[in-house]
Design a protein around this ligand. Sequence first.
Ligand SMILES: [Zn+2]
Length: 76
Amino acid sequence: MTCRELAEILDDFVAGALTEEFCVSIRSHLEICPECLHFVETYQLTIQIGRRLPPAACPEHVIERVRRLLDDQAEP
Ligand SMILES: [Zn+2]
């Protein structure tokens, strides 16, 4: 498994949606790749923190700013 492959299936790995075979591949990659290990740990932490927050924790002005950013990016 490469770092790129790991990044692509990380979502499913963290969600526990991967087969045992994939999980074993990921774990063996993490043992030899400190960068990906750090990446996965940060990713899991971010999700945990996100889950702890109430759904409406994002202030309206922040949502508005993100919307505007997305709109800007959507323009050609
Ligand atoms: Zn890696």
